[in-house]
Design a protein around this ligand. Structure first.
Ligand code: NAD
Ligand code: UDX
Length: 473
């Protein structure tokens, strides 16, 4: 096959933007274009104020995009059709959110954006093209794509479909892309399928060691992505289920995770008990897997994965109930300071953040909620609460935004830590002694992330309640 000259990423989001940038950086001879329908998103990618907050991303983008130290080979554009026409390889990185209406609503992924991207490639491609599924999709999506490409594609143009799911986590996207645990490439096991997989492997081979590039059949690759996210989410639900037992018995879930995680068969990562996992992937992908099982007439399997999500929902509401009961059964009129609104540290992404559910519950209790997050804007918090069913009139009435942790905590009855931003752990920026001075008495801290030094705060006079820690006496 001729050398790859031009690559297109459709969807300039959390996956397409960083993935395109790193591929361009590592393959200076390949023209990489990241395309999107959204003009504002593309304009932001072409500026120094990138549309996503991701540590270390701007220097990577600038090096490939700005032609200051080397010829430019990274382009962000809304010219979707023109870019597809030139591309040897097209990565589909569009969103596949959970359906909100129709059959499978609340469970099945909405494949409309993905299908529309597939149809656009089929209609525009003028020469043989490799199409790469990078979005997370149900197993056997490639079979649907094959039919569409056959029906819509121009005569004489051949398509090869590969599955190459993305495993990056937000907040560490650049590091994950630079040094991935593995690159997974699924292809049809035909000569042309295997050849296409080799072409893609060679692009990654410019920075990923060969032994970390795994080739499988296409259905395994599609399913492996859902499996990986489901297994990770399941670990968090498992440790969160144990956190409830800890709170009731006096055991400490941190010690449980440490002791269990030292078993090399279990391992220590993804065992941090929390107020609940968030992010655009875990819930969606576990539900996707569960729905697939349902449609494959495997109800027991569907129920098993569904329970991972159910525990997560329960964990979020359990946390708020603990806040309410500890604050003597009523929050009415009490100021509650919420530290953190993003779903994890080092990202401004708020999709499925546990903070949404907690804040909704606090509003229902008529608390005066004040939120401080170092990266998330007021507009985004308002939008997130709006799309998750809060009446904007209630949000305006009960919620305020603070620009720093001190204004946030001033005259509050409790501080609730919902995101593990480094500045909230008391080794860092927040001066908890000062916070204590400006709060009502008793001054409570509820740590939904287990990031604060509870002993130190207790010595300062705080009453501290942590996820997964009960009374040890
Ligand atoms: P996103 O919402 O941030 O970005 C998707 C982009 O695609 C949007 O900018 C949208 O405008 C654009 N788009 C939609 N349809 C289009 C079309 N027809 N033509 C051009 N642009 C179009 O989504 P994301 O978080 O980057 O996720 C993308 C996919 O990757 C999803 O399937 C997701 O499950 C998967 N994934 C996400 C992550 C993550 O951390 N966010 C990690 C791994 C995999
Ligand atoms: C996840 C997967 O990790 C990644 O491989 C996939 O490509 C996309 O989905 P992401 O959602 O960005 O990535 O972040 P992750 O670090 O996995 O955290 C997800 C949620 O789980 C966050 O809310 C996080 O705070 C929470 N979490 C994570 C825990 O509660 N405990 C843990 O031990 C780890």
């Amino acid at each position: 096959m001729a050398p790859v000259k031009s690559v297109c990423f459709i969807g300039a989001g959390f996956v397409g933007g960083p993935s395109g940038a790193v591929l361009a950086l590592k393959n200076p001879d390949v023209e990489v274009s990241v395309v999107d329908l959204s003009e504002t998103r593309i304009a932001a990618w072409n500026s120094d104020a990138l549309p996503i907050y991701e540590p270390g991303l701007l220097p990577v983008v600038k090096e490939a995009r700005d032609a200051e130290v080397r010829p430019q080979n990274l382009f962000f554009t809304t010219d979707v059709k023109g870019t597809i026409k030139r591309a040897d390889i097209v990565f589909i990185c569009v969103n596949t959110p959970t359906k909100t209406a129709g059959i499978g609503a609340g469970k099945a992924p909405n494949m409309a954006y993905f299908e529309s991207a597939t149809r656009m490639i089929a209609a525009e491609a003028e020469s043989d093209t490799i199409i790469v599924e990078k979005s997370t999709v149900p197993c056997r999506t490639a079979a649907n794509m094959r039919e569409i490409l056959k029906a819509v594609g121009k005569p004489g143009v051949n398509f090869e479909i590969l599955s190459n799911p993305e495993f990056l986590a937000e907040g560490t996207a650049v590091a994950d892309l630079m040094k991935p645990d593995r690159i997974l490439i699924g292809s049809m096991q035909t000569p042309s399928g295997l050849e296409a997989a080799e072409v893609l492997a060679n692009l990654y081979g410019s920075w990923v060691p060969k032994e970390n590039i795994l080739k499988t059949n296409i259905w395994s690759s599609e399913l492996a992505k859902l499996a990986a996210n489901a297994l990770l989410a399941q670990r968090i639900s498992s440790i969160n289920a144990l956190s409830a037992i800890c709170e009731a018995t006096g055991a400490d879930v941190g010690e449980i995770a440490y002791a269990a995680g030292l078993d090399s068969r279990i391992g220590s990562r993804m065992l941090q008990a929390s107020v609940g996992f968030g992010g655009s992937c875990f819930r969606k992908d576990v539900l996707n897997l569960s729905y697939m099982a349902e449609t494959l007439h495997l109800p027991e399997v569907a129920a098993y994965w569904q329970s991972v999500v159910a525990i997560n929902e329960w964990q979020k509401s359990r946390f708020t109930k603990r806040v309410i009961s500890t604050l003597y059964g009523t929050l009415t009129g009490k100021k509650i300071a919420v530290y953190g609104f993003s779903y994890k540290k080092n990202t401004a992404d708020t999709r499925e953040s546990a903070a949404i559910s907690v804040v909704k519950d606090l509003i229902a209790e008529q608390a005066k909620v004040c939120i401080y997050d170092p990266q998330v804007t007021k507009a985004q918090i308002w939008e997130e609460l709006d799309i998750n069913g809060c009446h904007l009139a209630d949000v305006e009435k009960f919620v305020t935004i603070a620009q720093n942790p001190y204004d946030c905590a001033s005259e509050s009855h409790a501080v609730i830590v919902l995101t593990e931003w480094d500045e909230f752990s008391n080794k860092d920026v927040v001066d908890w002694e000062q916070i204590f001075d400006i709060m009502e008495r008793p001054a409570f801290v509820f740590d939904g992330r287990r990031v604060i030094d509870a002993g130190k705060l207790q010595r300062l006079g705080f009453r501290v309640e942590c996820i997964g820690r009960g009374n040890p006496f």
